[in-house]
Every structure is written in C-alpha cells, then in structure tokens.
Design a protein around this ligand. Structure first.
Ligand code: XIL
Length: 384
C-alpha cells in the first residue's frame, strides 16, 4: 500500500489557515481522526473482534480512528494455537476492516513473553523444544506473519516489554526469550522482520519508558537498548510508549515529551501506542477482589476530569515531538476495557463510558487536536 498517497490525500482534503474548532458532538469534521488528519497525526485504537462486528462499536471504530491495532488477534497464541495450525481469521478481519475504512494498521506483537501458545511454552519447559529449535520457530513465526501482511502494516511492534521494572532497569535476563536465546536475539528479530516486509516501520514497544516510572530508569534502559541496536545497524525505526497510566501514580507530561524527543533525536519515530488512564472504581462486588466480569462496574466518574487531564498530557507530549506519528488508545469503551480484568478494583480507563457516550477524556483529546490544527504540518511518516 502506498501510505504516502493516502496521507497526501487526507491533508489535501483539509486546506486550512487556522485551527478547526470542533463542532458540538463527535461526528464529521469533529472526529478524532479528522482532526488528527489536519496535522498528519494518526489517531488509533486497539480493536477486538466485537469492535469490528457490533454495529455501534464498529461505527465508532471506523469514524473516530485512522489506525487500528489488533488487541490480541496477531499474537502468537491466537495465530498458531496448535503447532503448524494457523488461525488468521481475526487478524485478516482487522486488516480488511482497516483497509475498507482507509485506516492504517499497527501490527502487534511479534516477540513478547505473554500470550504465547501452550505448545511452545510447554515444549520448552519439558525439553522437547531445544533452544536452537526455539530460535528457528521464532524466525519462522516472524517470517510467516510479517510476510502474510507485507505491504499492509504501517508499524510493527516487533519487540514488546523486554525491560525490567527496576531502578536501574535493563533488558530482563529472566525474560522467556532472553533466558533461552540471549540478548543477541533482539537484533536478529528486527532483521528477520525487515527481511519479511522492508517497508514496515519496526518498533520497540514498552510501558513506562517515557518517564512514567518517576525515576526515568526504564527510559534510560530503553535508550541504551535502542542505541545499541542502532550501533549494530539493526533496522529499528520507532519506539512505542504504551501510555498505560494509573491515577494513583504520578505523571509528568513534560518529562514524557522530553523522553520521546530523546528517542527522536536518534533518528527514530515515536508513538503513543496503548494509552489509557485507569483508576479505582466502585463495584457491586464488595469484596474488591479482582473483577473478572466487566459488567459489575459502577463507575461514578468522579475521576474523569483528572483522567482527562492525563490523556490530554499524553497527547500534548506527542504533539510536542514532530517525530511522534501516532497516538493510539488501548480500546475506546469502558465496557470492553482490559483494565477491570487485569487490575483489581480498577476501571473507568477509556474515552467512552459503558453506554458508549463520550467522556471528558474524549473531549480533552478532541479539544487539543482541534486547537493544534493550526500548527505546522508534521511531514509524511513512511520509511525513508
Ligand atoms: C492485553 C489485551 O488487551 C487483553 O485482552 C489480553 O488479555 C492481555 O493483553 N500491553 C500490551 C498489550 O502490549 O498487548 C496488552 O493487551 C496490554 C498491555
């Protein structure tokens, strides 16, 4: 796909002299994607199958966003549930939906310790898969998946969450991949992905690597990692900061933008890849034990203004860095969020409420984008 032409078309459709003021509501020229298009910033969401099939959800997915990330459908566990037995249905659906709606795709994710197929982890654990075989399987996995969608993926999260949550931080020696294959594998996987699709932007993706850990320890480790890859002439193009924030911790948008700029100063593009801002919510489950059902939430939305401010801060951090090419939320609707199932007692993390009404979090993004439309163009975002 020629991404340059699409970007040019989108920009030409909106010849502007000043900021576009978002009209009341969230449709037409006021959608996040339309406002982002004015400044060539792609606004994205993670999408799960219901976001593409349910009539209301799919309308929002198509109207509001210009880039989609599969929430789970491209992960190894999903695409190869049994060895040699592939299931591309969800991934194909997402890529087809995106193309039908003139959206780009962020491929997610090729090398991660989570959501691996059981046959793989069990085989490694019981010794039937040796380290040499594991390396070959990873090579094959990357080649098969990246080739399948060659020319149709804008950015690939090649490596996900490889750094320790410690101060100082480093590549985790205990990570599944590192402990079996050594740190050298990180250079190899980018090379394999590049061979399979030379036009895709290849990213390192992680959380808390733009100052959200307070100490900047994880940012320092990420910077060291990408510098080392670049010095080995590894084809890495971008750094994705996930942007999963939690109101109980701190957040400094200025530090975030400085950190994003530091990655950009290495010649890399940057992106916010999984933004959401969670908080504690009341639940009908008085025990406050981990919420597994998403319908037992009774959010009172008292924290919405604070969360809106942090969403805004993340977007502003991205806008302040010319090399920031996309801003993606990790799902848009509270009813579908991964947060309640993952963080006990937390929720209310998204920009639409459980009834699919826009929240102050949405309005904050909309206003900031609207006010940024008078800013200089950000340039095209293809591989040089
Ligand atoms: C999450 C999905 O949203 C959940 O549905 C799944 O059960 C677990 O993974 N960082 C990532 C994403 O890079 O892939 C994770 O997605 C959220 C954290």
């Amino acid at each position: 796909m020629n991404f340059r032409l699409i970007a040019a078309g989108a920009a030409a459709a909106f010849a502007l002299t000043g900021p576009v003021i978002a009209a009341e509501g969230s449709t037409g020229a006021s959608t996040l994607r339309a406002l982002g298009a004015h400044i060539q910033l792609h606004i994205g969401t993670a999408a799960i199958p219901s976001d593409l099939s349910d009539p209301t959800l799919s309308q929002i997915t198509a109207e509001q966003f210009s880039v989609l990330t599969p929430g789970n459908e491209m992960k190894w566990q999903v695409v190869e549930p049994e060895q040699g037995n592939f299931n591309w249905t969800g991934a194909d659906n997402l890529v087809n939906f995106a193309e039908a709606n003139h959206q780009r795709v962020r491929g997610h994710t090729l090398v991660w310790h989570n959501q691996l197929p059981n046959w793989l982890t069990q085989g490694v654990a019981n010794g039937t898969i040796s380290n040499d075989q594991l390396r070959d399987l990873l090579h094959q996995h990357i080649t098969t998946e990246v080739r399948r969608y060659r020319g149709r993926i804008w950015q690939w999260d090649v490596v996900n969450e490889m750094l320790a949550d410690s101060n100082p931080s480093q590549v985790k020696p205990t990570d599944f991949w590192i402990s079996h294959l050594g740190t050298g594998i990180l250079a190899d996987v980018f090379r394999w992905a590049h061979a399979a699709d030379p036009d895709a932007l290849l990213c390192y993706n992680d959380y808390n690597i733009a100052g959200e850990d307070g100490s900047n320890a994880k940012f320092n480790a990420a910077l060291t990692l990408v510098k080392s890859l670049l010095s080995q002439r590894v084809p890495i193009d971008c750094v994705g900061d996930q942007g999963h924030l939690d109101l109980q911790f701190g957040f400094n948008p200025i530090l975030m933008s400085q950190d994003l700029q530091a990655f950009a100063n290495l010649g890399l593009k940057v992106a916010i890849t999984e933004a959401d801002v969670r908080t504690f919510v009341e639940t009908t489950d008085s025990s406050q034990t981990p919420i597994v059902s998403r319908t037992d939430l009774t959010p009172n939305h008292t924290a919405d203004p604070a969360a809106a401010d942090w969403y805004n801060g993340m977007l502003q951090s991205c806008l302040a860095v010319k090399a920031c090419i996309s801003f993606t939320v990790w799902g848009f609707a509270d009813a579908e969020s991964w947060v309640p199932g993952t963080f006990a007692g937390e929720g209310d993390a998204d920009i639409y409420d459980v009834n699919l009404n826009t929240k102050p979090q949405y309005t904050a993004l909309q206003q900031t984008l609207s006010l940024a439309t008078g800013a200089p163009k950000r340039g095209d975002h293809d591989r040089d």
